[in-house]
Design a protein around this ligand. Structure first.
Ligand SMILES: CC(C)(COP(=O)(O)OP(=O)(O)OC[C@H]1O[C@@H](n2cnc3c(N)ncnc32)[C@H](O)[C@@H]1OP(=O)(O)O)[C@@H](O)C(=O)NCCC(=O)NCCS
Length: 217
């Protein structure tokens, strides 16, 4: 996922400091065990009337453009919440989300958006996201734990972002990035990827769907 070119507009050395007031580290004692990032952006200006289908990538481009133009942001989107496996204990993912919600509130925004990457979707990479969202446990809640966490604290699903993250590279690059042989055209499954990577004769592309969630703050 570090090969997403758009990510550089936020995580790159030239940009990163500009969004540091929307970045959090989770500490266990003195040790960093998690991180959370968000980006403010102007919503409702120009053609930004709905949340973008190109989710994660597009909201980074919007936030970057706003900063370049000196345009005042009106809201904020989460970009990442990640915990080390040993820190994935009861309540910690919720605490990370609360930190981002608190940040949005402190900036005077009415909501926090999030292009969410459902936690267990990688187990069924060929299932369309729409079908995945319909999966329920016996108690009627979503089977996906990360979606459940978002909804449990008041989030609401707005829509699917079908092409939230686009990662493209040559076959040699993909082999280097993943350790998997990209030696045939078609679809190749990569451990941890939410959908298969699409492979042609010259290049391969990963187009990750996410789920836009709105959190009133
Ligand atoms: C996303 C992430 C922060 C979520 O943290 P998490 O600790 O896995 O917690 P979740 O919010 O998914 O799950 C919370 C609950 O579901 C349970 N749960 C977690 N995985 C589960 C599974 N596979 N099946 C059933 N239940 C599960 C947890 O025990 C917890 O229950 P509790 O609150 O009753 O104790 C973490 O999985 C992570 O760092 N993933 C890698 C980075 C990533 O993809 N981030 C998402 C970007 S949007």
């Amino acid at each position: 996922m570090r090969q997403d070119r758009t990510a550089m507009l936020y995580y790159g050395e030239a940009a990163f400091g500009h969004f540091a007031d929307c970045a959090f580290a989770a500490l266990d004692g003195g040790e960093v065990v998690g991180r959370a990032f968000a980006i403010p952006f102007a919503f409702g200006v120009d053609d930004r009337t709905t949340l973008p289908d190109a989710g994660w990538d597009e909201v980074i481009r919007w936030g970057h453009e706003d900063r370049m133009l000196g345009r005042r942001p009106t809201t904020m989107s989460a970009l990442e919440i990640a915990l080390l496996p040993k820190a994935r204990v009861s309540g910690s993912s919720r605490a990370m989300l609360d930190a981002l919600k608190g940040c949005a509130r402190a900036k005077g925004f009415a909501e926090l958006y999030a292009p969410v990457r459902p936690n267990q979707k990688h187990l069924v990479p060929r299932m369309p996201m729409r079908a995945y969202l319909e999966r329920r446990r016996a108690d009627g809640q979503h089977t996906d734990s990360w979606l459940r966490t978002h909804l449990a604290i008041g989030g609401e699903i707005v829509k699917i972002a079908p092409c939230s993250m686009t990662i493209v590279g040559t076959l040699a690059e993909w082999t280097q990035w993943t350790g998997v042989a990209f030696d045939r055209a078609g679809e190749i499954e990569i451990p941890g990827a939410l959908v298969p990577v699409l492979v042609s004769a010259e290049h391969a592309v990963y187009v990750e769907p996410n789920v836009w969630i709105r959190h009133p703050v």
